[in-house]
Ligand binder design. Structure first.
Ligand SMILES: NC(=O)c1ccc[n+]([C@@H]2O[C@H](COP(=O)([O-])OP(=O)(O)OC[C@H]3O[C@@H](n4cnc5c(N)ncnc54)[C@H](O)[C@@H]3O)[C@@H](O)[C@H]2O)c1
Length: 447
C-alpha cells in the first residue's frame, strides 16, 4: 500500500539525494563508486551548538528537556508535523530562559526548509523510522551535523547513503543509541577494558519488550510502528541490544560484523491482541501482520567471534535487553544482572552485578549520576546527549560515528533478507572500507 507519507518521503529523498551525486536509495552505485572517499571522524570545535530539533513526540521531548539542561547548546528551531507540538516546545524553550526557537510545521518535509534557511550546527531528529535518513541527509547537505534516533536506517542503501553523505559533506551522522550509556552496560564495558572477562569471545543482546499496547495506541508510536509489523519480517529494532556489546567487541575498531543468519518464528501476538481488544468489524481486526513474534539472528565477526541478537515485541513478557558478554575468564549476564569471574566468584555461582559497581562502575556514571537523575530511561539519555554536545564542542570524534550507525542499523535489512531466504547467511557491507583494521578501540570516556 502506498500512502501520501510514502510519496512525500520519496520526493524528499530524490531532492536530497540529488546533491549526493549518486542515485540514492533506488539503484545505488556499489561502493566502488565512492572508493577513495576519505573517512570522516571529527569536525572543527565550536563554542555553542545551535540545534534544530525535528520530531518532538515522546522521545524528542525527552531529548529537548535534556538539551535545555546541558551547557553549550541552544535550540534555535523546532519542526514537527503537528503544530501544537511545535508550540509546546517553543514555550518550553522560552520558559527555560532561551530565545523562542523558530517553528516549522508546514508538512512532513518542512525539515528541508529548516535545514536550508536556519543557521544551525546540528539537526537532531526523533521522528518515525522512515524519516531518519531524509532528515540526516538534508542536514548534512546543508552543512549541518546530524543526530538521529534509532535505528538510523533500515535498508542497506540507506545505510550507505548516510556514510557517503557524512564523508562527502564532512559532517557527523550520529545514531543516538542511549543503551550504550546505561549504568550496567557502561560498567561491563569498563570491566572488559580492565580485562576481567579475559579475551571476549561471544555476546548477546536483544530488544524483548511487550509493545502490543503501544503499537495499537491511537497516538504516539501507534501511529506508525505497527505498520512495520505488517510489511517486514526480521529484527526491526536491533541497536539497543547490539550497541553496548558491539563496543565490547571493538566493532569497527579491530573487528567487524561480517555475516549474519536470521530466523523468525510465527506471527501470532498482534492478531491475538487485536481479536481481544477491538470489537468485531473494526479495521484492526482485519489487519495482517508478517513480523515473526520471535526473531533470532546470529552474527559472525571477521575475527570469528559470535553475537546473538534477538527481537520480540508482540508477546506478553517482562522487558529485557538480554545483555551477555563472555570471555575466556568469565561473563556478565543481564536480566537479572549477574557476574561470574573465574578465581574471584565462588566456583559455579553467580554474583549480583550490583556488588561490582563500587569498584568497576564507569567513571562517566560516577561523574554524572547526580546531574542525570530523573532524566529519560533512568538517566542514560542525559549522559548520551551530554556526550554528543561535549564532543561537538571540543571537535573530537563522537562516541558513535556514522560507521557505527550503519553497521548496527544494517542488521535489520540483513535479517529480513536472511529470513526471506530460509536463514541463508547475509554478508555485512564493510562501511569502513577496511579502516576497521586500524581504528583504535573506544576508550573510557569522561564528562
Ligand atoms: N532510544 C530510545 O530509548 C527510544 C525510545 C522511544 C523511541 N525511540 C525512537 O525515537 C523515534 C521517535 O519515537 P517516539 O516514541 O518519540 O515516537 P512519537 O510518535 O511519539 O514521536 C514522533 C514525532 O515525530 C513527528 N513526526 C512524524 N513525521 C514527521 C516529519 N516528517 N517531520 C517532522 N516531524 C514528524 C510526530 O508528529 C511525532 O511528534 C523513533 O525512531 C523511535 O525508534 C527511541
Amino acid at each position: 500500500m502506498t500512502t501520501n507519507n510514502d510519496l512525500d518521503r520519496r520526493d524528499a529523498l530524490k531532492l536530497i539525494a540529488g546533491g549526493l551525486g549518486f542515485a540514492a536509495l533506488g539503484a545505488r552505485a556499489e561502493p566502488a563508486a565512492s572508493a577513495g572517499a576519505e573517512p570522516f571522524l571529527a569536525a572543527p570545535p565550536m563554542e555553542t551548538v545551535r540545534i534544530g530539533f525535528v520530531g518532538v513526540g515522546g522521545q524528542g521531548t525527552a531529548h529537548v528537556e535534556n538539551l535545555l539542561r546541558i551547557e553549550g547548546c541552544v535550540i534555535k528551531a523546532v519542526d514537527d508535523i503537528v503544530p501544537e507540538k511545535v508550540t509546546r516546545i517553543q514555550d518550553m524553550v522560552e520558559r527555560a530562559g532561551f530565545p523562542r526557537p523558530t517553528g516549522y510545521s508546514r508538512g512532513p518535509t518542512d525539515f528541508v526548509r529548516m535545514c536550508e534557511t536556519e543557521e544551525l550546527d546540528l539537526v537532531f531528529n526523533a521522528t518515525p523510522w522512515e524519516w531518519h535518513v531524509p532528515i540526516c541527509l538534508a542536514a548534512m547537505r546543508n552543512g549541518k551535523h546530524s543526530a538521529t534516533e534509532v535505528p538510523a536506517a533500515y535498508t542497506v542503501d540507506d545505510c550507505w547513503a548516510l556514510v557517503e553523505g557524512a564523508e562527502k559533506y564532512r559532517k557527523h551522522c550520529v545514531m543516538m543509541e542511549n543503551c550504550n550509556y546505561d549504568r550496567m552496560e557502561m560498567m561491563v564495558f569498563n570491566m572488559v577494558r580492565q580485562g576481567l572477562f579475559g579475551e571476549i569471545l561471544h555476546a548477546e543482546g536483544g530488544y524483548l519488550h511487550d509493545l502490543r499496547s503501544v503499537k495499537f495506541s491511537p497516538e504516539g508510536e501507534g501511529l506508525w510502528r505497527r505498520a512495520h509489523s505488517m510489511k517486514r519480517n526480521g529484527n526491526l529494532y536491533p541497536t539497543h541490544g547490539l550497541g553496548p556489546v558491539a563496543n565490547c567487541l571493538d566493532n569497527n575498531r579491530g573487528d567487524r560484523f561480517a555475516s549474519l543468519v536470521s530466523m523468525s518464528g510465527p506471527s501470532r501476538g498482534l492478531q491475538l491482541y487485536a481479536q481481544e481488544h477491538f470489537p468485531e468489524g473494526s479495521p484492526q481486526r482485519r489487519e495482517q501482520y508478517v513480523l515473526g513474534d520471535v526473531n533470532m539472528s546470529l552474527i559472525k565477526t571477521a575475527n570469528g567471534r559470535t553475537v546473538c541478537v534477538s527481537h520480540e515485541t508482540n508477546l506478553p513478557r517482562p522487558y529485557s535487553r538480554v545483555h551477555l558478554v563472555q570471555g575466556t575468564r568469565g561473563l556478565f549476564q543481564g536480566y537479572p544482572h549477574r557476574v561470574y569471574i573465574e578465581g574471584r566468584s565462588k566456583a559455579d555461582e553467580w554474583e549480583p552485578a550490583e556488588s561490582y559497581l563500587a569498584e568497576f562502575g564507569h567513571p562517566l556514571w560516577k561523574q554524572m549520576e547526580e546531574k542525570s537523575r530523573g532524566a529519560g530511561h533512568g538517566g542514560m539519555d542525559f549522559l548520551e546527549d551530554y556526550r554528543l554536545i561535549k564532543c561537538l564542542r571540543e571537535g573530537v570524534p563522537t562516541d558513535m560515528n556514522v560507521y557505527d550507525a550503519a553497521a548496527l542499523s544494517v542488521v535489520t535489512p540483513l535479517s529480513e533478507r536472511s529470513v526471506a531466504n530460509g536463514g541463508r547467511p547475509a554478508e555485512f557491507p564493510d562501511f569502513t572500507r577496511g579502516h576497521w583494521k586500524a581504528w583504535q578501540p573506544l576508550g573510557i570516556v569522561t564528562a
